[in-house]
Design a protein around this ligand. Structure first.
Ligand code: SF4
Length: 264
């Protein structure tokens, strides 16, 4: 029996990003760089040593990333960042080549999607999942109408960091495989009210869309009281709230079927 976490891999082909909306204010990439004393400014994107990780093999000639894994892609930047336009072409090729993996990225730049896709994209690669991130009503009303029109096989909405109440109702239809909601982390985090989360959950139930509460954030308001939640407990406390709807045990939409499903 293997651990659920062994089913995932991280792939950060580049690092560094420019802030684009209020959700970026306390971006964890900037916070991590500061914590580790990075000499390069966080807003400068640079290719990492892991750039071609999906197509690398070990000494035993096996893939470094085993077949069947979910690869969380570009979580120390934004996959659709303009500064990475030149590099992305190779990434699409690797994603297409490794059709035995699932690649999942989140973006706040969905408005750049059509200028970023490869020529053979068609109506989407089967093994690429894309989460459109929104943090408030303004960004939901700007990004989600664009997202709705795009040729993508697997779409999810990531509401994070949730910094105000958001009405997603008009964007919830059968093309959305999951809505995932979380508060903001970091010492300066803006508080997230549990009622906002329950409200989005209710919208998802009304539209029969899977809903996930993926993390509490550092400051959660519940029944008018502010709770400070240390980083190590932000995921587990959200899980303990037990408010997910139509969500299975994996960190991806349940429409994704895995060969290893019986293995955990
Ligand atoms: S888009 Fe994401 S990675 Fe880029 S600055 Fe904003 S929060 Fe950070």
């Amino acid at each position: 029996m293997s651990c659920k976490w062994e089913k995932y891999a991280d792939w950060n082909p580049w690092h560094g990003c420019t802030k684009i909306s209020t959700g970026c204010k306390y971006c964890y990439v900037y916070r991590q760089d500061e914590m580790y004393g990075s000499r390069v400014s966080s807003n400068i994107a640079r290719k990492t040593a892991a750039f071609n990780l999906p197509v690398r093999r070990g000494r035993d000639h096996n893939w470094k990333i085993e077949s069947g894994k979910v690869v969380f892609t570009c979580f120390t930047s934004d996959f659709l960042l303009k500064d990475a336009d030149e590099w992305r072409v190779d990434c699409w090729r690797m994603m297409k080549y490794r059709r035995d993996l699932w690649f999942y990225f989140f973006t706040k730049r969905i408005d750049r999607f059509l200028e970023c896709i490869p020529e053979d994209w068609g109506d989407g690669y089967d093994n690429v999942l894309i989460g459109c991130t929104v943090e408030n009503q303004e960004m939901a009303d700007y990004r989600l109408p664009i997202f709705k029109t795009l040729p993508i096989k697997h779409k999810s909405i990531i509401v994070s960091p949730l910094i105000e109440t958001v009405d997603l109702s008009e964007y919830l239809d059968e093309t959305i495989e999951e809505v995932s909601v979380g508060g903001e982390s970091g010492v300066e985090a803006r508080p997230c009210d549990f009622d906002w989360i329950l409200n989005i959950r209710e919208q998802c139930i009304q539209h029969n869309i899977p809903f996930r509460f993926h993390q509490t954030g550092a400051k959660l308001i519940k029944n008018g009281r502010l709770y400070r939640i240390p980083r190590p407990f932000q995921l587990s406390q959200a899980h303990k709230a037990n408010i997910d709807y139509k969500i299975d045990k994996y960190m991806v939409p349940e429409s994704i079927k895995f060969e290893w499903e019986d293995d955990v």
